[in-house]
Design a protein around this ligand. Structure first.
Ligand code: CMP
Length: 140
């Protein structure tokens, strides 16, 4: 059953700056591919070592990213995304990601992720830039 999240996908997308500058046709396309989802505080969204089949945009709420190499968890919030590395690199998840609060998320599946990046060089550039920083051992 579909969860009633109180906000439409369009409204949720409006809270993600990555999508802010996109042309309406691009937005419409993305809107059809993103699946709204709600996470509860404490919910494990991504587990290190597991295969990843989707990535997540945070529309509201906050998550903690825990990596063995990092002294402290990295906190991500509204407008941030996570789970892109497993899809870009075709590798297992490199961190645990746990919801710190009720989160409104937009989920993008692996195949749609690759399609979107293939169609939109700007979007790819943005995602790649952030992913590159996160791949650095000292990132955080
Ligand atoms: P993925 O490896 O698919 O799953 C864990 C996610 O945590 C990873 O993708 C990134 O989205 C995120 N992540 C990993 N390292 C960092 C970091 N240093 N800062 C923020 N997010 C990170």
């Amino acid at each position: 059953p579909r969860l009633d999240l109180g906000l439409s996908t369009t409204e949720l997308i409006g809270r993600v700056p990555l999508f802010a500058g996109l042309a309406p046709d691009r937005l419409g396309r993305i809107e059809r591919l993103l699946r709204p989802s709600l996470a509860m505080p404490g919910e494990v969204l991504v587990r290190r070592g597991e295969r990843g089949d989707s990535m997540y945009f945070i529309s509201s709420g906050a998550v903690a990213v825990t990596l063995p190499g990092l002294a402290q968890p990295v906190r991500l919030g509204s407008g941030d995304f996570f789970g892109e590395l497993a899809l870009l690199d075709d590798r297992p998840r490199n961190a645990d990601v746990v919801a710190l609060a009720y989160c409104r998320l937009l989920v993008l599946d692996r195949r749609d992720f690759h399609r979107l990046l293939d169609e939109d060089a700007d979007l790819r550039g943005h995602v790649e830039e952030i992913a590159a920083a996160r791949r650095l051992p000292s990132a955080g």
